[in-house]
Design a protein around this ligand. Structure first.
Ligand code: UD1
Length: 365
């Protein structure tokens, strides 16, 4: 049984690592790893392979950046001959990035079943490029592996047949639990010069925040205030850095003396900073889940989330982008008035094992 596994962008690497490991228990599965090249900087890609022990990709498509249409089309054009040559039994895709949708379309049109890891999540916001990717991939997938209850509910509402859907838990949490013991040996906090629980960790890269000057300005006003209270560490995504260099916000960011700009960090150093933070402020999807697992307070600077369990039972507050709402959420963290968070069902480190077992049962032999 030959499975082609697709990765392209940073969060994909974190999700594929435990799956590549889980395949090893099945000698009759031949996994191939294809990297589309959507992310290509060493700090956005290669460092994750090194730290997480992901095998070197068997095939690298080298596609790089571009508009949505050109990037998606380039991945499709490059991936089609790979499917024709290797004739896989299954193509496995993770998450919701452009690489996920592009390869799913190619495989389905060549009549190769697609299986989607992290299926069913919905922000119900079609202005978000990832939401289009999720809806399309789920509509054409043969098996859908779901991380949380809302995923099951969404797929049911969309009329997906029950036998296609498997509730497996969360592969991103598999990686976190596997790597967590290594954090104690790191000196990340000393290197950056902060003490445990004394600082905030900030990430911002969503186009809806960093590409919209009015929204970005409101967020910066809140950050200006918070950094007067605690240091904020800001590892910057390349998209955000490029924006900052080309607009008026660079000066405002540099003027915040307690906001520390960092380059993108490798997985372990970032997790170390996250696990010891007093608060995490973010617009990422995966970070809402990782902070929930670590029980670290998270403030999500977005209007919606496709991961509602992180708010319903986890440590996440979804606050939108208004200055005062961000500050109110920060004050709740400071005052310690938030309820004790819980960890969602099956976020137990065994999702990849369940996924590979289900794949084997369905497709082997
Ligand atoms: C992509 C995903 C997003 C995910 C994010 C994680 C889509 C539609 N978006 O967004 O869901 O949360 O990855 O990081 O797939 N760039 C570099 N070096 C790199 C990669 C990108 O400099 O290695 C710069 C380029 O200017 C590029 C821009 O970042 O144009 C955006 O990259 P892209 O992959 O298009 O989208 P992300 O914003 O990274």
């Amino acid at each position: 049984m030959k499975v082609i596994n697709i990765v392209g962008a940073r969060p994909n690497f974190v999700k594929i690592a435990p799956l590549m490991e889980a395949y090893k228990a099945y000698p009759d599965i031949e996994p191939l790893l294809v990297h589309t090249g959507q992310h290509y900087d060493k700090k956005m890609s290669e460092s994750f392979f090194d730290v997480l022990g992901i095998p070197t990709p068997d095939i690298h498509l080298g596609v790089g950046s571009g508009s949505h249409a050109s990037q998606t089309a380039a991945i499709m054009t490059a991936f089609e001959p790979v499917v024709l040559e290797h004739k896989p039994d299954v193509v496995l895709v993770v998450g919701d990035v452009n690489s996920t949708v592009a390869c799913s379309l190619v495989a389905t049109k060549l009549h190769v079943p697609v299986v989607h890891v992290e299926a069913g999540l919905r922000s119900h916001d079609r202005e978000m490029p990832e939401e289009i990717n999720r809806v399309v991939v789920d509509a054409i997938s043969s098996m859908l592996f779901v991380t949380e209850q809302s995923g099951l509910d969404n797929l049911k509402k969309e009329g997906v047949a029950d036998e296609k859907v498997v509730f497996t838990g969360n592969v991103m949490i598999d990686t976190l639990l596997r790597q967590k013991p290594k954090l104690a040996n790191l000196t990340t906090l000393e290197d950056v010069g902060v003490a445990p629980r004394s600082y905030g960790l900030l990430t911002l890269h969503r186009p809806s925040n960093v590409d919209h000057p009015e929204t970005f300005a409101r967020i910066l006003t809140a950050l200006e205030e918070i950094q007067q209270d605690i240091p904020l560490l800001f590892p910057m995504h390349p998209r955000t850095r490029k924006n900052m260099e080309s607009n008026q916000f660079g000066e405002r960011i540099k003027a915040m003396h307690n906001l520390r700009l960092l380059d993108p960090l490798d997985y372990l150093n970032f997790m170390h900073l996250m696990s010891e933070a007093k608060v995490v402020l973010t617009d990422s999807g995966g970070i809402q889940e990782e902070t929930t697992q670590l029980k670290v307070p998270c403030i999500t600077i977005r209007e919606n989330t496709e991961r509602p369990s992180t708010c319903e039972i986890g440590s996440n507050q979804l606050v939108g982008t208004q200055t005062q709402a961000i500050l109110d959420a920060y004050n709740k963290v400071k005052d310690g008035t938030l309820p004790e968070p819980q960890i969602p069902p099956l976020w137990d480190g065994k999702a990849a094992e369940r996924i590979v077992a289900a794949l084997h049962e369905r497709f082997a032999g």
